[in-house]
Every structure is written in C-alpha cells, then in structure tokens.
Design a protein around this ligand. Sequence first.
Ligand code: SF4
Ligand code: SF4
Length: 412
Amino acid sequence: MMDGLSRRQFLRNGAVAGAAAAVPLRTGPPETSQVVQKPKIKEYRTLGRTGMKVSDIGLGAAYTQDAALIDYVLDCGVNYVDTGERYSNGRNEALIGELAGKRRKDFFLTTKLALRLTDTEESLIARFNQCLSRLQTRYVDVLMAHDSRSKELISLPAFHSAFRKLKADGKARFLGLSEHDTTMDEVCNYAIEDGRFDVVLLVYNFMQEKAADIIKNAKKKEVGVVIMKALAASHPVQMRNLTRAQQQEMQQETARRIQQFQKEHNLTPEGFNGAAIRWILQNRDVGTILLSMRSFDDANRHIPSSGGKFTGQDPAQLDFYAALNGDRYCRHACGICQAHCPDGVAVNDVLRIESYFTNYREEKVAMVRYRDLAAAQKPMGCASCPGYCERQCPYGLPVRQRLIQAHALLSL
Ligand code: SF4
Ligand code: SF4
C-alpha cells in the first residue's frame, strides 16, 4: 500500500512496537477555537441505485449525544445520518428525532433493526413504527438489518415482507444491511447477488482491505456502499496490567521517541485521521464513510477531509500508525484465528467489544455487549490453553493474553 518508510525506520530507530502502542498517536484534536471557519463538505457521491447524492463523509451517530452537534454537522453539509434501534436502547434515535422534527429534508436517514429468526412480520413492523416515532419522521431512507451475520437471517421472509409493506406505505425507501463480523464477505456478497438489498454497510480501512472485492461486486450490481470502522479502531493505551509507574515510564520514553520521529518526518498526530479517511475516499465506488462524532472538535477534524486526495504525507502517516498498532489492532471482520480454537471462542467479537471499552471509551456499551455474548463464545478457558489461536494470527497479536485481559475488563 505504501512505501514502508516510516514503519521500518521507526522500528529501526528503537521504538519497539509493543511499547510504542502504549501511547496514543492522537494526542488530541485541534481546539474548536482554532477553527476559524466552519468546515464544509466538498463532495457528494451517488449511493448506488438509490440515486441519493450523499456527502462523502456521513455521521455515524451511535455515540453522539448532543443535538446541537448534529445541527452543526448538518450545517457543514453532512447529509447522511446513521442510527439504529439498538443504540442506547432507542435514545440515539430519539436524539436524532430532535433534528428530524425540525429539518428532516436536510438529510438522508438510516436506521437498523437487529433480526432474530423468531421475528414475525408484525413484530418487525411494530418495532419499526416505534423507530419512526422516536425519530419524529414519517419515513427513513434506508432500513437496514443490523449486524446480520448469516444468509439465513438476511433472507428471513418476515423481514422482507415487512419491508415490502413499509415501502408500500412510504415508511422506508430502500433496504440495506450492516456487517462487521467474520462472515462479512459471505453475507455481503450473498446480499448483493440476492438483488433485494440496495445498500451495504461494511468495514473497510487501510489496515483491513478485505472488503475491496465486495465493493467491486456492489458496484457491478449498483448497490450503494457505506463504510464504517474507517480509523482502524483508533488504538490508544492498552496497558492495564502494568503498574502506574511502569505506564508512566513507558509513556514518557515512547512519547519522546514518537515526537522525535514525527519531527524528523514532519508528521502530525491529527494528520492520521485525515489520511485514513482520504485513503478510503480514493475508492470511487464508496458512497460515504460513517464517522463517529462525539464533539465539535471531532466534526472539525473529520469534515475537512471531504473531497480530499490521498497525497503528501498521508502514506507516511498511515505507515506510522501501522507501525504503532499493527500487532494490536484485531482487524474487524477477520476471524482467521477463530477456526483454530477448540473452545469456539469468538475472538474477533471479544476484541472488537474490548475496543469499544478501551479505544472508544464506551465502557457501558462494551460491558452490555459483552454480557449479551453467548457464554460459550467467551474466553473462559484461555488461561489454561497453549494459545492455538495466537499461532495463526498473521498480524502477530498476543491473542491469548488480550483475551484474558478483555474478559477481566468486560465482565460485570
Ligand atoms: S487461547 Fe486457546 S481457548 Fe483461548 S481463544 Fe485461543 S485457542 Fe481458544
Ligand atoms: S486476533 Fe488476529 S487472526 Fe484473530 S481475528 Fe484478530 S486479527 Fe484476525
């Protein structure tokens, strides 16, 4: 992908990746006061056969808690907002409803229903009507099957008949699905071929490129593509088993090396976010990228990358990030190691949920998701296992240790 300059040099310069990963690359967004002008969306793309002209940067609103921030993001030209029934038990939809009640015409809106094989047409329509009520709108542009992990689920007759009725009633315009599980390729390609889905929401970033072929298939069938997990988990501190003194010592030394390296190569911590976004925007078959925006500074940092070209220091920025986090980021939708676990541990799920806690600082969300994971999929027996999974991880993650730590961290 890149020339490899910074990774090799950085490691050669003595900043051991494990230690380096202990310090966040992102030292903080620019202060809002430094932004003299409201950033503006510069590019709108057609979202497959929906024909919707969507901003290349969209709002993944799951973690947004401020209606004024959504108002601001819309003023910046963002016109695609993604939510779901499941986010904060419907409270996220209610938050977006505050805006939809006032300026619904300014944005395209997606919400999602998590499917179960026992769902009926009536129960799905009833749940969806509650979504509309919270969203204070008559319709959504895309209704998605949320985190749909099997062909069986996305083919559920009750779901499709419910959607047909909702569409006929003008309550949902298009059908989509979201997938970030190890089954992403299989399920998304199946849905694209199936012909009933207009939009897919999937993982694609500079460290997890496996969706590239899915995106090509989607293009052929005119299925719109929306991207999540663009920033490759934004890995910061993962040193919870070290003493405070050890953490401080490592942070100081590593921070010194990082600063030195950044100075030598003219890299900025803030530059990483923009580089990661622009890397995805190179793919012209991508409609929009959903980015979490929890604060005005997040919005001011992300939106200026709209319409941007992947040039200049961008490749070095990403190489630098990969050097710091290559053996820490459990690639979304990967699962290579899982087939080698005799206990059936859902490695990819567990480490993704752990990243909600550690990286996104969404502790409650992470603990609830972990509670809901089937007991048989939790890493209960890792302490007494030689670590078959770890030998299979092509990225060198210390999988066994990470799982043991994740279980301790996430268990109520
Ligand atoms: S350490 Fe052993 S039990 Fe735990 S996930 Fe890996 S292979 Fe499975
Ligand atoms: S630990 Fe490694 S092999 Fe296993 S899911 Fe994560 S990135 Fe893939």
